[in-house]
Design a protein around this ligand. Structure first.
Ligand SMILES: Cc1cc2nc3c(=O)[nH]c(=O)nc-3n(C[C@H](O)[C@H](O)[C@H](O)COP(=O)(O)O)c2cc1C
Length: 171
């Protein structure tokens, strides 16, 4: 059974998670922006995307590849500032077709925001956003950045891959 990781990252934390998952599972990883790879080559997929401005970064790629994605077993991981919550689930649901989302598990991972890597314009946007954020902790994080990178948090994804592989091996 062939599997692969397809990810979309803006500032590297989703790519770092993809790298950790790739090292732990031996699966190849592809940036959705570079990939000339055909999804049809794979039986199962790990899909990872950064969450930027309340939406998954790779939503357009998903739309373009919807038919090929639908026919395969898959798991989604999002990488965001917000942790697992109703708010995050709403953003994810607004990014993907229900028909796709209802057929895959979603694992919420937390990423990193380093203001020194942002453009001046983006830093201003984050600062203004922080003034209107009703959640005091999230507002602070928006203003000063955060680092929640945690290798151990990929565990549910590794478990899913193991289960998938052993189910297929015994079929
Ligand atoms: C421009 C920008 C917008 C963001 N918007 C959100 C957001 O709406 N909700 C959230 O939880 N995190 C938000 N974040 C935090 C990112 O999800 C977090 O930094 C994540 O680790 C980014 O992944 P990447 O490093 O792979 O690009 C935002 C970050 C940036 C830079």
């Amino acid at each position: 059974m062939k599997g692969a990781i397809f990810f979309s990252s803006r500032h590297g934390s989703t790519e770092q998670y993809a790298q950790w998952i790739s090292e732990a599972t031996g699966l190849p990883m592809f940036d959705v922006n570079d990939a000339n790879t055909d999804l049809k080559e794979y039986d199962f997929l790990i899909l990872g995307s950064a969450l930027i401005f309340f939406r998954l970064l790779f939503r357009k790629w998903v739309k373009t590849n919807l038919e090929d994605l639908k026919g395969r077993s898959k798991i989604l991981f999002s990488v965001s500032g917000a942790g697992a919550s109703d708010k995050l689930n709403r953003w994810v649901a607004a990014s993907l077709p229900t028909s796709l989302l209802s057929n895959m598990e979603h694992v919420a991972l937390r990423g990193r925001l380093d203001h020194s890597k942002l453009s001046w314009g983006l830093r201003q946007i984050m600062w203004i956003g922080s003034l209107f954020n009703p959640d005091p902790q999230a507002s602070k994080e928006e203003r000063y950045g955060f680092d929640y990178m945690d290798k151990a948090s990929i565990e549910p994804i590794l478990t899913w891959v193991e289960k998938y592989r052993s189910k297929e091996a015994s079929a």
